[in-house]
Design a protein around this ligand. Structure first.
Ligand code: KIV
Length: 283
């Protein structure tokens, strides 16, 4: 079993092997991603909306991210564990960025961190890398910038905005990121970036020509209800299976069909006899 490191992720681009990354947030799903051969598990700040029920990713805290990163790291043996730096854990200063990236490594046992954006972030990204922590970049529709962008819309659809994203990708490459997530940009732009930089690109809603792909586990398992973004492919529909199991359980409990004696523990007959006779004596 080859342990996946940031170096291996780089080598995968060189040999034309696609990188498979899944955003997962807990022990059982991270274990399954790892055993299924996923190359990286991202403890995404999508934890906020997917697991914790916040309306977007802005509210999730460092402590919440670390709590889930620990669970994922305990489960994963082969894949690279990447902790996603939450909103305002790195934006204010290089010191904040180093301290919080350090928490992902020391407390969460992640092996790298992900940071959104480029402009205004380069100094912080360099500071994290110079303190020995690998950084994954993230460009395009970066959800922490939702208010700046005025909503969740595809980015880079015009020549000038596409050019700006390509320039940012180059800047992040020079800053030393080991890979780059491209989210919700036209496939032509993602293809161009993938060709122009040496760093492996990992797409989500960025078409088929990236060096790798990432999906959120609940999306790919069909656990997020009927409405999913265009870029999601559901490989199964666990929503339906889970709803059926829960309503079957409810019906069987209400009607006394579950549990049966086969689901129950048994006391040896002699012990039951003694217990009952003691009760009789006491009455
Ligand atoms: O938080 C997340 O899950 C992400 C991925 C969608 C790339 O950032």
């Amino acid at each position: 079993m080859e342990k996946i490191t940031t170096t291996v992720i780089h080598e995968m681009k060189d040999r034309g092997e696609r990188v498979v990354m899944v955003a997962a947030y807990d022990y059982p799903t991270a274990r399954m991603v790892d055993e299924a051969g996923g190359d990286a598990v991202l403890v995404g700040d999508s934890l906020a909306n997917v697991i914790l029920g916040y309306k977007d990713t802005l509210a999730v805290s460092m402590d919440e991210m670390i709590h889930h990163t620990k669970a994922v790291a305990r489960a994963v043996k082969r894949a690279l564990v990447v902790g996603d730096m939450p909103f305002m854990s790195y934006q204010a200063s290089a010191e904040d960025a180093i301290r919080n990236a350090g928490r992902f490594i020391k407390e969460g046992h992640a092996e790298a961190v992900k940071v959104e954006g480029c402009r205004g972030m380069i100094k912080k990204i360099r500071a994290i890398i110079q303190s020995g922590i690998p950084v994954m970049g993230h460009l395009g529709l970066t959800p922490q910038w939702v208010h700046q962008f005025g909503g969740f819309k595809v980015r880079g659809k015009t020549k000038s905005t596409a050019h700006a994203i390509l320039e940012d990708a180059r800047r992040l490459e020079h800053a030393g990121v080991f890979s780059l997530v491209l989210e919700c940009i036209p496939w032509q732009l993602a293809k161009l970036i993938t060709e122009k930089i040496e760093v492996p690109t990992i797409g989500i809603g960025a078409g088929p020509y990236c060096d790798g792909q990432v999906l959120v586990i609940h999306d790919l398992l069909g656990l997020t209800g009927p409405r999913v973004p265009k870029f999601v492919k559901r490989y199964t529909k666990l929503d339906d299976a889970v709803m059926k199991a829960l309503s079957d359980f409810r019906r069987e409990v209400k009607t006394g069909k579950f549990p049966k004696l086969e689901h129950s523990y048994e006391m040896p007959r002699e012990e039951v006899r003694k217990l009952l006779s003691e009760f009789k004596r006491k009455r």
